[in-house]
Design a protein around this ligand. Structure first.
Ligand SMILES: CC(=O)N[C@H]1[C@@H](OP(=O)(O)OP(=O)(O)OC[C@H]2O[C@@H](n3ccc(=O)[nH]c3=O)[C@H](O)[C@@H]2O)O[C@H](CO)[C@@H](O)[C@@H]1O[C@H](C)C(=O)N[C@@H](C)C(=O)N[C@H](CCC(=O)O)C(=O)O
Ligand SMILES: Nc1ncnc2c1ncn2[C@@H]1O[C@H](COP(=O)(O)OP(=O)(O)OP(=O)(O)O)[C@@H](O)[C@H]1O
Length: 504
């Protein structure tokens, strides 16, 4: 439950550009919440009018007032517009939104050990690993990730809208819920969008984990350098940085945080090192760990050499916060893994191994296929799409090229093509597929069904790029969706029929 604040008190904490435009009685107004969405306004809320890429939040001031908002903030009213609410003019509306959210939630991050995880791939897995290891060390821990969020009870819950890192009011509210549920620590998967759009402003970080950088989100950031600069902000804000020495971008992060721990699966100079990777039955990986917690062998129920790096990063952070070597070993051994990350879909004898994975960058797709190859006696199949409509379209070709190079059989299909014609994406993808081992099946359910019913018992079918996501967007229509459920239906011989969803 958020505390109520006088608008005048709240305003004194925001850097105002000018006083409220409506003077009478404004200061005594009581603010109970803040939101950037007019349709989420509750009575007593402060409405942040944000000028976005598609809308100007000022267009929704009247709606906010009708829903019971007591005031609004923004960077200035458009010429000729009158605000029906007391209006606080601020230099940066997103920053003010985040500051107000942190204040109204009572700065919950200050009551938690907060670990942020950023990087292109591996954020979700590393966030989940870090939370699991902190819990293995007896620390009550909350988790915010693109697979959903968890309070210390470990139950997975969904946000009202699909986000890796939600907007500041949701984020701060969830951190408050964690504190109220007696969490001691929180792990926050932190996207570059969140860092650019001030969603995590006001979070008191205790550690920042860096996985690595590769091509992604160039639609939003323009260049890889800008994308990197956005992610670097997390390292700049944390007192401790946990850095991947195997990533070339890490050299630009050295010395940025006051304290550093490095990790590597290849270099002897790192604080935390992994070596001697051995694959075990059922896709488990075992490897030797050498670092501040001593030397020991770790077993992880996830396939892939890159998982050693994710595990090292999580161990470094958890050990820094007091988790012992024995607890790290136990936490890794029992790690459940996030849904849709190397998730095995149960199949019967005689059916192929089916794996759902969120790999949605060329590098992560290559890593995933390489990890699955040694587990595959027969052929390796990849069902792959690439998103459009405000997403990084320069990945289309590289995703297909990687699939064609590393899988034996490739089915190119849809993945949130939004308002871009699917044919355009599939044409670009098929033109880039280097070998003659692909076919296009636009309907994702049919593509999955084709692969799992044509693959042999020794084959592996990777269903890539959506992982545990709950929605699929075609044109403007959003469907409830789950790759694992689509595959399970096909394995039972049933047709998967997604229902239209109402988007939050
Ligand atoms: C590119 C991006 O991140 N865009 C975010 C941005 O959108 P925008 O600038 O277009 O905002 P807008 O739609 O023009 O709206 C402007 C303002 O009017 C408000 N509004 C708008 C319409 C309305 O009817 N009522 C209303 O109040 C909006 O709430 C907003 O405050 O600001 C909006 C609200 O603040 C966000 O919802 C929106 O995220 C969209 C939905 C999104 O898809 N974001 C993705 C790309 C994203 O954030 N992804 C990252 C990374 C994922 C990964 O790791 O791969 C994530 O953290 O999830
Ligand atoms: N350290 C890593 N380096 C390269 N690839 C990785 C790494 N860790 C995981 N991957 C691959 O990338 C995929 C996505 O990983 P994960 O979901 O953990 O992180 P993410 O992509 O950062 O998160 P999100 O799905 O929220 O964007 C995994 O399923 C795996 O195939």
């Amino acid at each position: 439950m958020m505390p109520v604040m006088l608008l005048s008190d709240l305003a004194s904490h925001l850097s105002l550009r000018s006083g409220p435009s409506v003077e009478t009685g404004w200061a005594a107004a009581e603010v109970s919440a803040v939101t950037h969405r007019a349709d989420w306004v509750t009575p007593g809320a402060l409405f942040a009018a944000i000028r976005g890429e598609r809308h100007d939040g000022h267009a929704f001031l009247q709606e906010a007032a009708e829903r019971g908002a007591v005031a609004a903030l923004g960077e200035g009213l458009p010429a000729g517009q009158h605000s029906p609410l007391p209006y606080l003019q601020v230099p940066d509306a997103r920053a003010a939104l985040a500051d107000a959210a942190a204040l109204l939630s009572g700065h919950p991050s200050r009551e938690l050990k907060v670990v942020g995880v950023t990087g292109t791939d591996g954020k979700t897995t590393t966030s989940w690993l870090t939370a699991a290891l902190l819990r293995a060390g007896g620390q009550s821990t909350g988790l915010l990730s693109s697979a959903g969020y968890q309070l210390p009870d470990g139950q997975l819950r969904a946000y009202p809208a699909h986000f890796t890192t939600p907007e500041a009011p949701q984020l701060q509210g969830l951190l408050r819920e964690m504190v109220d549920a007696r969490a001691q620590a929180a792990v926050i998967e932190t996207s570059s969008h969140a860092l650019t759009l001030e969603r995590v402003r006001g979070v008191a970080w205790d550690a920042a984990i860096w996985t690595h950088l590769s091509q992604e989100h160039l639609d939003f950031h323009g260049t890889l350098e800008d994308y990197f600069a956005a992610k670097r902000r997390l390292i700049e804000r944390a007192p401790l940085a946990v850095l991947n020495l195997d990533d070339p971008w890490t050299r630009h992060l050295r010395g940025v945080a006051p304290q550093e721990l490095t990790y590597s699966a290849a270099q002897a100079g790192a604080d935390w090192r992994a070596s001697d990777l051995r694959g075990e039955a059922g896709g488990r990986a075992s490897f030797a760990v050498d670092g501040p917690a001593g030397r020991f062998r770790a077993t992880l129920p996830l396939a892939g050499a890159f998982q050693m790096g994710n595990a090292l990063a999580a161990m470094a952070a958890a050990h820094h916060f007091g988790v012992s070597a024995a607890e790290l070993q136990a936490g890794l051994r029992e790690f459940g893994g996030p849904p849709g990350r190397m998730e095995t879909v149960p199949s019967r004898p005689g059916q192929p191994r089916v794996v759902s994975d969120s790999a949605h960058t060329p590098l992560s797709l290559e890593n995933t296929l390489r990890a699955l190859r040694p587990l595959t006696g027969g052929q390796l199949w990849a069902v792959v799409g690439s998103a459009a409509g405000g997403r990084d379209t320069s990945k289309w070709g590289p995703m297909a090229a990687v699939a064609s190079a590393w899988a034996d059989q490739v089915i190119l299909t849809e993945a949130d093509h939004r308002e871009t014609p699917l044919e355009q994406i599939l044409e670009a993808m098929s033109a880039a597929a280097g070998q003659d081992n692909w076919q296009c099946i636009g309907d994702r359910a049919q593509a999955i069904a084709y692969a799992v019913t044509h693959a042999g018992p020794d084959d592996t079918v990777l269903i890539a790029n959506k992982g545990g996501e709950h929605f699929l967007q075609r044109g403007r229509t959003v469907y409830r969706w789950n790759d694992a459920a689509a595959a399970a239906a096909a394995l039972r011989g049933e047709v998967y029929r997604p229902q239209e969803a109402e988007q939050g």
